[in-house]
Design a protein around this ligand. Structure first.
Ligand code: SF4
Length: 94
C-alpha cells in the first residue's frame, strides 16, 4: 500500500518544509482527538529528504472518515494552519 502523499503544507516554518512541500519520510498526525501534524518541528535548519515528498505514516485520529485501523486511507492530504495549530486539512469527521 502506498502511503498517502502530502500534496501541500503551508507550515513553512517547519524544518521539513521547503516551498510549501513536506519532505519528511513519513509524518504522524493527531493526538486521538485533534488532527494536528505531530511531526512539525522548528529547529532553525532544514531536514528531511529533499528529493522526496512527504507521506502520512500514521494517523491517530480514529474519528476521521479517512481513517481505518489508525491508518490514513485518503489518496493525499493537505496540511495547514487552523488558528495557530498545524493541522491535517483533509480531516473529515465521520
Ligand atoms: S485525512 Fe483523516 S485519517 Fe488522513 S491524516 Fe488527515 S485526519 Fe488522519
Amino acid at each position: 500500500m502506498d502511503l498517502p502523499i502530502i500534496t501541500t503544507c503551508e507550515a513553512e516554518a517547519c524544518a521539513y518544509n521547503r516551498d510549501r512541500t513536506c519532505h519528511a519520510g513519513a509524518i504522524t498526525v493527531g493526538d486521538t482527538v485533534r488532527p494536528h501534524c505531530d511531526t512539525f518541528v522548528e529547529v532553525g535548519a532544514k531536514g528531511g529528504i529533499a528529493t522526496e515528498t512527504g507521506r502520512v505514516g500514521a494517523c491517530k485520529v480514529a474519528g476521521c472518515r479517512h481513517n481505518h485501523d489508525l491508518e490514513c486511507q485518503a489518496e493525499g492530504i493537505t496540511v495547514g494552519y487552523v488558528k495557530n495549530e498545524v493541522d491535517c486539512l483533509t480531516y473529515a469527521p465521520r
